[in-house]
Design a protein around this ligand. Structure first.
Ligand code: CIR
Length: 252
């Protein structure tokens, strides 16, 4: 059960965020409105949401998920893999320190929160350009004293593991076709989200409700068919920067 979230509003520099998409630059005003709707949705789902101001000099600073991994016992600050994002975690640290003991992972260990999926007492860590074996091991070292298992997975060469795999409750995950046959995920019921709706693999599960990005009817129908409640949010401006629903918050 999540009770809190930390978010950070995009700043005007969001138009210069990192992207692999060919969807144009985000509209700053629309991004702010979509961010406000996202925060309101988390509040409607019962979370106390902290909204930090944008951090000048960091165009991607709204994607706070990448700066830390949080579980009930500890918050692990991650050394962001993208050079233009290194340092974002420094202003997240004092916020997390209000609620959790902090552990800091330092390079050459690399790990970003977008590569980490926590389901009950297991951390699934995907290797990527932003997360290496040392980073996965450093996370395992931080959380194993608290009874967590860490499972390292190398599947698709996507930006992040959670670009491809996300938990939606009821022992069910959304997966890309290339992650579907990973033996480490075999214990889940899997819903394959095809490439034409790839962005919708990044749904966000909050206390029994799944937030689904707008514009992906097949995925929405499949999620609803599991019986879970859904909320649909327009994420168009964050999609332009490879940012999804999970990226915009740290939940704990
Ligand atoms: C980046 O490339 O770092 C940002 N433009 C997008 C980060 C998305 N974060 C996430 O998936 N957790």
């Amino acid at each position: 059960m999540f009770t809190k979230a930390i978010t950070r509003r995009p700043g005007p520099e969001v138009v210069d965020g990192i992207t692999s998409q060919n969807l144009g630059k985000p509209d700053f005003e629309l991004a702010l409105r979509q961010h406000d709707a996202y925060v309101q949705t988390l509040r409607d789902l019962g979370l106390a949401v902290t909204v930090l101001d944008a951090e000048p000099g960091y165009p991607d600073c709204c994607f706070v998920e990448d700066t830390a991994v949080v579980c009930p016992e500890v918050a692990v600050l991650t050394p962001l893999g993208a050079p233009s994002r290194q340092g974002e975690q420094k202003t997240i640290a004092p916020e997390l320190a209000k609620y959790r003991e902090l552990v800091v992972i330092e390079p050459p260990a690399l790990i970003e929160g977008g590569d980490v999926l926590l389901v009950e007492k297991t951390f699934y860590v995907g290797l990527s350009d932003r997360t290496n074996e040392m980073g996965a091991q450093a996370l395992a070292d931080a959380v194993s004293p608290h009874g967590y298992e860490t499972v390292v997975i190398a599947c698709c060469p996507s930006l992040h593991f959670k670009t491809d795999v996300n938990f939606i409750g009821n022992n069910t995950i959304l997966v890309s076709p290339c992650c579907d046959d990973m033996e480490q995920l075999a214990g889940f019921d899997r819903i394959v989200v095809e490439d034409d709706e790839a962005y919708a693999r990044n749904c966000l599960y909050i206390n029994g409700t799944v937030i689904v990005p707008d514009g992906f009817p097949n995925t929405l129908a499949k999620v609803r068919a599991t019986g879970v409640e859904t909320v649909v949010l327009d994420m168009s401006e964050f999609r332009k920067l490879d940012g999804g629903l999970t990226c915009l918050s740290l939940r704990f």
